[in-house]
Design a binder for this molecule. Structure first.
Ligand code: ATP
Length: 310
């Protein structure tokens, strides 16, 4: 048994997030298209005897106790596979937190994949993803990564052809974060009258909704069409609440990106480009247009993999 593993845990952006109904479990029925990007945390796992779980993260706002999603992932694995040992988890945080980029979910996914290796469990991807779904809706996707259609709460995944030639300029105000539950609850308060009420209506929304054009572009391997069909229902509640995020998105659009959108529940917005040099140029122009030390701008590339062993 090897006793140390280092894993790369990529962030995701939502190319599409459509809310189509309520679920009996209190979550929403979603249609999402998720995309891994090159921005990633690095998660290191080290074997510990007994059943101790230790966690360290270099970002002061990330909790290091049992509320950390990576800690919860380790605890779940210990419950499923008692007696396998403890683990020391070290997270090198690169993904902005509370950003709509699934940073916590990516860390948890890395722990599931890493403990499967460390404990020699031989779990299939499907088995790992079913544990992941118990911890959070975005975690199954973070394991497999790439480009995927996600239905249900986000855990019913269908892989899609790679889009890995596109670049995304990310922009986020460091001091701003959006609580995902707030965004969904506010959406429900304002828009639930339009939700699909039964399984037939849900199915129709899945087949005829905003995803149709985007999925067409992806399956026809037409990446340059993709930015035209970006869609996110949560913009309707987050952008009015945070005018500076709306402004950021407008600025990106004005600088000539192929398309711009808020990711997940925000407040990160992204703009898509065809080449790295275009992305770098737009990042620079955005910084010049909005000179604010609180504004974090990152150039990233779409990537086709989820959790990877380094
Ligand atoms: P999502 O897109 O899944 O909603 P997010 O980017 O909006 O993710 P995260 O950065 O994953 O949000 O985390 C939001 C909150 O969860 C943070 O404020 C933090 O307190 C808590 N948290 C728990 N575990 C982690 C972790 N490993 N990394 C970052 N935040 C974590």
């Amino acid at each position: 048994m090897m006793n140390a593993y280092t894993l790369k845990a990529p962030a995701k952006i939502n190319l599409l997030l459509e809310i189509i109904g309520d679920r009996p479990d209190g979550f929403h029925e979603l249609v999402m298209v998720l995309q891994s990007i090159s921005l990633a945390d690095v998660v290191e796992l080290q074997y510990l005897g007994g059943d101790r779980i230790q966690l360290h993260c270099n970002h002061p706002q990330v909790p290091c106790d049992q509320t950390n999603l990576a800690h919860r992932a380790a605890r779940l694995m210990q419950k499923q596979f008692p007696g396998k040992g403890g683990v020391a988890i070290t997270i090198d945080k690169k993904i902005p937190i509370g950003a709509g980029l699934a940073g916590g979910s990516a860390d948890a996914a890395a722990v599931l994949v890493g403990l499967d290796l460390m404990w020699n469990l031989g779990l299939t991807q499907t088995e790992l993803q079913s544990y992941a779904a118990q911890l959070g809706s975005d975690i199954p996707f973070c394991i497999s990564g790439g480009t995927a259609l996600a239905l249900g709460r986000g855990e019913e995944l269908t892989p899609l052809p790679d889009l890995d030639q596109l670049y995304a300029v990310l922009a986020k105000y460091r001091s701003l974060s959006v609580a995902t539950p707030w965004a969904y609850q506010t959406y429900r308060q304002q828009f639930s009258a339009a939700y699909a009420r039964d399984s037939i209506a849900l199915e129709r929304r899945r087949r005829e909704g905003h995803s149709v054009a985007l999925l067409g572009a992806i399956t026809h391997r037409d990446p340059l069409q993709v930015p035209q069909y970006l869609y996110n229902d949560l913009e309707k509640v987050v952008l009015p609440q945070y005018p500076q995020v709306q402004h950021l998105r407008d600025q990106l659009q004005a600088l000539g990106v192929l398309g711009s959108m808020m990711s997940g529940s925000g407040p990160t917005v992204f703009g898509l480009t065809e080449t790295r040099s275009q992305a770098e140029q737009i990042a620079l122009q955005l910084q010049t247009a909005l000179p604010d030390p609180d504004l974090e701008i990152l150039v990233t590339k779409f990537c086709s993999s989820g959790i990877q062993l380094l």
